[in-house]
Design a protein around this ligand. Structure first.
Ligand SMILES: NC(=O)c1ccc[n+]([C@@H]2O[C@H](COP(=O)([O-])OP(=O)(O)OC[C@H]3O[C@@H](n4cnc5c(N)ncnc54)[C@H](OP(=O)(O)O)[C@@H]3O)[C@@H](O)[C@H]2O)c1
Length: 319
C-alpha cells in the first residue's frame, strides 16, 4: 500500500529521512482492526519523529501520522484515538501506552491498524478532513483548557504562538467555551487570522499586556517562556504541552514562587476526552482550523510548510 514514512533519522535536516512509496499492509493482531484512511493530519510530532525524538533507528521504516479518520472494516465512519494501549486495550502487560508512530505504524497510509477500542464514531456534521484534525493537536488543546487549567467561563487565557496547530485549537475552543481569549504571534498575518478565529485581542510575541491573564497556554517553549511567566496573574496557572523552540529556558524561579504560580504539564488526552471533544464540535459548531489540504502523495510539501513555521492551523492529507 502507499505510505509516507521515516526511512532515516536526521536531527538537523529531518526532511531528508522522509520517503513516499509502497510498504506492506498493516499486521493483523488480536483485538485490532484495520481502518481505510480517508484523511490524516500533520503534527509537529511527525517532524520530531524524523529527528529521532521518540523514534529510534531500529524501528525504521516507520509510517508517520498520529491523526486520522476513515472507514472501518464494517463500513462505519470513524475517528482514530492515537494513544495505543490506554487502559491496556490492545497491548500486552509488559508494554506501556504509546502514540501511533512511536511503536506502531501511523495514519499516513492507505490503511492503518489499531485496537478496536481506539475507534470512535465520526459525527456526521464533521467532514473526514475536519475529523482528522482532532485526535492529537485538538485533543491536547481540549485537555489543556478544560481538564488542566482550572479556567472558568469569563476568565482570561493567553495563548502563545497563535499560528500553531495546538494554538489555533486553543483559540477556537477557548472562544466557544466563553473565555476571554488573547493570543500572541510573531507575524502580523497570523495575528489577523487569530482574530478571525475568535481571539478577542492579539499581541506581538513578547508584548506587554494590558493586564495579566488568569492562565497561559504554552507550546512554544524557550522563545516565549519569560513572557509567559511575566504575563500570568498572581496564583495563576501556566499549562505547558510543548516546547517547539527549545526545552531549557531560564526557569524564572523567583517569579514562580513569589507570585505563587501553578505550572501544569499536559500531554495528549484520553479516549473519553476525545469523545467529549467530538461532541463539543458537533454541538457548539466549532470546526478545526485547516491551513491547507493536499493529496497524501504530496505530503512532503506539507512537511516543508510546517518545518518553515509558515502555517495557520492544520495541514491535512487526503486519500
Ligand atoms: N504534549 C503533547 O501531547 C503534545 C501534543 C501536540 C503537540 N505537542 C507539542 O506542541 C508543540 C506545538 O505543536 P503544533 O503541532 O501546534 O506545532 P506547529 O503547528 O508547528 O506550531 C508551531 C508554532 O509555534 C510558534 N513558534 C515556533 N517557533 C517559535 C519561535 N522561535 N518563537 C516564537 N514562536 C514560535 C509559531 O507561532 P507564531 O508563528 O504564530 O508565533 C508556530 O506557528 C510542538 O512542540 C509539539 O511537539 C505536544
Amino acid at each position: 500500500m502507499f505510505a509516507v514514512y521515516a526511512s532515516a533519522i536526521d536531527k538537523d535536516e529531518p526532511l531528508k529521512g522522509l520517503e513516499t512509496g509502497e510498504l506492506p499492509e498493516p499486521a493483523a493482531r488480536e483485538g485490532w482492526t484495520t481502518v481505510s484512511v480517508r484523511a490524516a493530519a500533520l503534527n509537529h510530532h511527525d517532524l520530531w519523529s524524523l529527528k529521532g525524538v521518540g523514534l529510534p533507528e531500529d524501528r525504521l521504516p516507520m509510517i508517520l501520522g498520529c491523526d486520522g479518520a476513515g472507514v472501518d472494516e464494517d463500513g462505519n465512519e470513524v475517528v482514530i484515538h492515537a494513544v495505543i494501549g490506554e487502559r491496556g486495550f490492545g497491548i500486552s502487560d509488559r508494554e506501556r501506552p504509546t502514540i501511533l508512530t512511536e511503536r506502531y505504524p501511523g495514519t499516513f497510509a492507505e490503511r492503518v491498524a489499531v485496537p478496536r477500542w481506539n475507534l470512535l464514531p465520526k459525527p456526521a456534521s464533521l467532514s473526514f478532513e475536519e475529523a482528522a484534525c482532532l485526535p492529537t493537536a485538538w485533543l491536547t488543546a481540549y485537555r489543556m483548557l478544560f481538564t488542566r487549567s482550572g479556567l472558568r467561563p469569563g476568565d482570561t487565557v493567553l495563548i502563545q504562538g497563535a499560528g500553531g496547530g495546538v494554538a489555533t485549537a486553543l483559540i477556537a475552543l477557548g472562544r466557544a467555551a466563553g473565555f476571554r481569549v488573547w493570543a500572541t504571534s510573531r507575524s502580523e498575518e497570523k495575528r489577523v487570522r487569530a482574530l478571525e478565529l475568535g481571539a478577542h485581542a492579539v499581541y506581538e510575541s513578547g508584548a506587554r499586556l494590558p493586564e495579566r491573564a488568569d492562565a497561559v497556554m504554552e507550546t512554544v517553549g524557550a522563545a516565549t517562556w519569560a513572557h509567559t511567566v511575566a504575563s500570568v496573574r498572581e496564583e495563576g496557572t501556566i499549562v505547558i504541552s510543548g516546547a517547539t523552540s527549545g526545552p531549557n529556558p531560564p526557569a524564572a524561579l523567583t517569579r514562580v514562587f513569589f507570585h505563587q504560580l501553578r505550572i501544569v504539564g499536559s500531554t495528549m488526552g484520553s479516549r473519553d476526552e476525545l469523545a467529549a471533544l467530538l461532541k463539543f464540535c458537533d454541538v457548539a459548531g466549532v470546526r478545526p482550523v485547516v491551513d491547507s489540504v493536499r493529496p497524501l502523495a504530496e505530503a512532503p510539501d506539507g512537511f516543508a510548510r510546517m518545518a518553515a513555521g509558515d502555517l495557520v492551523g492544520k495541514i491535512v492529507f487526503t486519500l
